[in-house]
Design a protein around this ligand. Structure first.
Ligand code: F6R
Length: 610
């Protein structure tokens, strides 16, 4: 959360920073700001609200400079006001931008106040900038003072600091929040994510935990957590600017929903070989470890947790390996029992989610056979810290509500299930059938996308309501949960997902003619049970919207007002397909409500605070 861009160059850096921040707004959009060294002072411009407000201010009051730092904020300490917006400065001599939380800021703040420092904001960040100033007043150089102050911080952070006494030099550091160094010709940069810099360079170093980097236009030096100078691998990262554009769609979310057939094709293409999952996906060495696996613990947050829930059904049904799935922030703090020969598996789009990383680090101390990750961002912290990372190839997901990331996570977990079947020698004929089904996914998702107009019609009904219930059973219960999460996060309509069988144990009390009930009704062994649950809703006058498989003999068309039919392929992959119309439903409801679809209130992608 929060995005940082900093640059030192022989040209004006303001556009570099603002364009970079534009691509980082997914990390937070409560306020934005920039500090540049201009003449003999630091000029700071900042605004509450989105980056467009800052841009408007800069159009009226242009600034320029050869080095600067910028920030887009997701508020932790202090309301999203312009006073709390970053950068924060000390005596107009030093300015800082920060992502994360400084846990020991309170005592430091008190010490600084006692020394006469006046705080202008409620943020933890302002403590750091005064601390550096205080150390400089004691005679330390900019670098010495910054290193000393950074080493004193507890918590998770990425920071970038600029100082008037050394214009052109920027000091940046990471511990617990991502930061990447970008190298250009006669210019160097740091940012929270490579995508902020792809218009400037394709040469990057991913900084490691505890690293501090000092950049000037001509040079950079990296220090590790012990303040020893180190070199880090330079990587070439090619990313097309199209991947970051809306490509003619009204919103990133709509574009990302429509990218799902390609994203799934990219994710499975080279990993299916004939009737099996290739050894490139899981190498023979990895398979040796996986053969010993007797338990699986899947840990994730939010939408990624729903992917884990579906995977649990698959793994238990097809491999017989007991599988637990748990929310990362709960798992980490309950002293979980780890049976012998357990595999730990985290699912995360960003690979930077603080709760999931904390769970992984905890798991590394508790005797798992191995730690696996399913992740969409190569070189993310989760990728680097897990023993094995199975990448999803969704491409950058910019809409805050996750869509194509989930679909590709499901595709990878389907591949993983099939490979575990092979490794544990389960039913080769069935395995072949399931591989065949998985191959059809891109085409089947394309067909589901065609329902968009029909779903828009339903959205026109649901938009009038304040609540909604989503029902599913078995493999499709997590899809009901995901449908509810998506609707609430982007349309702000209160929505709950329930296992349909649980309805009569409480939530049925909510059902009346003003309660839309959306049921995911696949053609599987639970169809008849689900139909009974639908009847329970119908009998209480609930407004039913039922998504059914075209192959099923559901008999619901005469009994329910809204039946939406789709080809869900087979029961193995049908959760992947049924999720698509629910994404479209949330999208259309949100558009009709006029909410900010891509950047819903109070949220941010990449949740790097616990
Ligand atoms: C919802 C959503 C979130 C994320 C969650 C975990 O649309 O995107 O619930 O799924 O914050 O994020 P990752 O997958 O990056 O660990």
């Amino acid at each position: 959360m929060c995005g940082i861009v900093a640059a030192s160059a022989k040209r004006n850096v303001v556009d570099i920073i603002i364009n970079g921040l534009q691509t980082l707004e997914y990390r937070g959009y409560d306020s934005a700001g920039i500090a540049v060294i201009e003449g003999d002072g630091i000029t700071i411009k900042k605004q509450a609200g989105k980056l467009t407000k800052l841009k408007a201010q800069l159009a009226d009051e242009p600034v320029s400079g050869h080095s600067g730092i910028g920030h887009t904020r997701w508020a932790t300490h202090g309301e999203p006001t312009s006073a709390n917006a970053h950068p924060h400065d000390s005596n107009n001599a030093i300015a800082v931008v920060h992502n994360g939380i400084i846990e020991n800021y309170a005592p430091l703040r008190e010490q600084l106040i006692a020394k006469g420092y006046q705080f202008k904001s409620e943020t933890d960040t302002e403590t750091l900038v005064h601390l550096i100033h205080d150390y400089q007043s004691d005679g330390l150089s900019f670098a010495q003072a910054s290193h000393k102050a950074i080493r004193l911080l507890d918590g998770a952070y990425a920071v970038a600091i600029t100082c008037m006494s050394e214009p052109g030099r920027i000091i940046a550091a990471r511990k617990g929040s991502p930061l990447v160094l970008g190298m250009g010709e006669g210019e160097n940069f740091v940012a929270s994510d490579v995508q902020a810099l792809i218009n400037e360079t394709d040469q990057f170093c991913y900084l490691e935990e505890g690293d501090i980097v000092e950049i000037t236009a001509d040079d950079y030096v990296i220090y590790d957590g012990n303040d020893q100078q180190v070199s880090r691998e330079i990587q070439t990262v090619k990313m097309s600017a199209d991947a970051l554009s809306k490509d003619g769609y009204a919103h990133y979310m709509l574009k990302e929903i429509h990218e799902q057939p390609t994203a799934v094709a990219n994710t499975i293409a080279d990993r299916l070989l004939g009737g099996r999952v290739s050894d490139e996906f899981i190498t023979p060495e990895m398979a040796q470890t996986l053969q010993q696996v007797e338990h699986i613990h899947i840990i994730a947050c939010g939408t990624s947790y729903h992917a884990g829930m579906v995977a649990r059904y698959w793994l238990e049904a097809f491999t017989g390996i007991p599988t637990q799935v748990e929310i990362a922030s709960e798992y980490r703090y309950r002293n979980p029992v780890v049976p012998k020969n357990s595999l730990f598996l985290t699912i995360s789009q960003s690979g930077e989610t603080a709760d999931s990383l904390a769970a992984l680090r905890y798991a590394q101390t508790t005797g798992y056979l191995s730690t696996y990750a399913v992740c969409n961002v190569a070189n993310s912290t989760l990728d680097r810290e897990s023993d094995v990372c199975l990448l999803t190839y969704a491409g950058p997901e910019i809409g805050v509500a996750s869509t194509k990331a989930l679909t590709t996570q499901l595709a990878v977990m389907a591949l993983f299930t099939l490979k575990m079947m092979e490794i544990h020698d389960k039913d080769p004929a069935k395995r072949k059938r399931l591989v065949k089904q998985l191959r059809t996914m891109p085409g089947i998702i394309n067909q589901a996308l065609v329902l968009s107009d029909q779903i828009k019609g339903i959205a026109e009904q649901i938009v009038k309501r304040d609540n909604a219930l989503f029902l599913g059973r078995g493999l499709h219960y997590p899809i009901a949960l995901e449908g509810a999460l998506k609707l609430k996060e982007i349309s702000y309509i209160h929505a709950e997902g329930y296992p349909a069988g649980e309805l009569k144990h409480g939530p049925l009390a909510l059902v009346d003619e003003k309660m839309p009930v959306i049921a995911v009704c696949p053609n599987d062994e639970l169809l008849e049970k689900l139909k009974s649950n639908i009847e329970e809703v119908r009998a209480r006058g609930g407004e039913l919207y039922v998504f059914v498989d075209h192959k099923s003999d559901h008999g619901l068309s005469d009994r329910v007002n809204h039946v939406i039919t789709l080809d869900a392929s087979g029961s193995f992959t049908s959760p992947i397909v049924f999720n698509v119309p629910l994404q479209l439903l949330s999208y259309h409801v949100a558009v009709l409500r006029g909410t900010d679809v891509d950047q819903p209130r109070n949220l941010a992608k990449s949740v790097t605070v616990e």
